[in-house]
Design a protein around this ligand. Sequence first.
Ligand code: GLU
Length: 474
Amino acid sequence: MVRTRFAPSPTGFLHVGGLRTALYNYLFAKQNGGKFVLRIEDTDRERYVEGGVENIIKSLAWSGIKFDEGPFEQSKRLDIYHRHVEQLIKEDHAYYCFCSAERLENLRQKQKDKKIPTGYDGLCRDIDPKEAGQRVQAGERHVIRMKMPVSGETVFNDLIRGEVRFKNELVDDQVLIKSDGYPTYHLAVVVDDHEMKITHIIRGEEWISSVPKHIQLYNFFGWDIPQMAHLPLLLNPDKSKLSKRQGDVSVEDYRQKGYLPEALVNFVAFLGWNPGTDKEFFSLKELVKEFDITKAGRAGAVFNVDKLDWYNKEYIKKLSDKELAKIAEPWFNANKEYSIENKELIERAVGLERERITTLSELPGALKFVFVLPDYPSDLLVWKKSNRQEVAKILPELAKLLNTFSVQAWNMGKLEQGIGEWLAEKGYSVGAALWPMRVALSGQQNSPGPFEIAEVLGKAESLARLDKAIAKII
Ligand code: GLU
């Protein structure tokens, strides 16, 4: 059975790159009737962030990506790693290293000065195991390193990149257990992927250089090696590596700004993959059907926020008034102008801005004029090809006309028709009448059209706003 995993380190929030990794692993598991496992790689205690695990789980849940097993936490599995490293020591695939931090730093500096690749020089590799054991017993500070073969090549077949080869001599004797007793990523990832029966490893390209170490560890243990796929880097539009400096990178940032999970997931799915057709909209279900890891690209994928904005706008357009009001609720609640009593009005009003907003967080601000008429200068009521006298004449007549509409007939269609007929009869230009009507109702230079606003406001409020405008202009 196919089993994939997402193995984040809890160093803060879920990065959009992490979301892509999680998504691809989830899709691959689901399309093969397999299982998707969440594993928290928290053995680097220096990088541990309080609340990091909860943040990741929350962001995954928000995105709709459900894991079947986990979360497994590596920090709770230390004895398992120790058991395995003891085996490696016994079988001479790993050794104790007593080199001090200063020695390693000196070594590094010298290598740098000589312009040769930096890495451990293997000084402790040949210490007699008996002697090494005694020094450990005596409490000497140490780490445990793997014995990387010094010649030959390590080769593997990446599902995306094809054959990848590494010269063993260039690969370090990786530390497996640190001096604090915690395993490094390299030991823990191999042991866990085996123990958790992971069949396919899908992760970011930055991990590819670790693969030769991992393959050697699999070989030392005599285990089957999972299939691997390394995803292209995510890039800023200027082709540099995606970084916080150029914009938001956490899923939580996008959630808070009012991006829909469906839009973010759809967008992220396309970072390094496309269906090879011009179909652009994919629900999670459709992605499960149509995603193909072997068609993922190798070149870096540009994180283009304009494209994400476009997706978000399109997904917002698909929502009914009720749905839009419901999902935008947290943003209305955070805005003190809005109270629970406004709920029904919010539901009626959201349609006014549905096509104009990019994110949900814009909605309360964009709709504020519906709830509180902004103060505006009387000049705003005058259309550019009209004048104050004309507005002062037309607006009271318009108010009178509007008053003749029954509450039942107070809707966009009827208003448009009735006012249209009246305009024709009077010979007023559209702009001279509808501009001041729109400004009177919205108090704004730019807004949705006057009939839509009038319908949302209702008869009484619309007439009250017209009266205010009349008082301003006369
Ligand atoms: N813990 C690693 C990370 O933070 C996981 C790498 C892997 O998937 O093997 O991304």
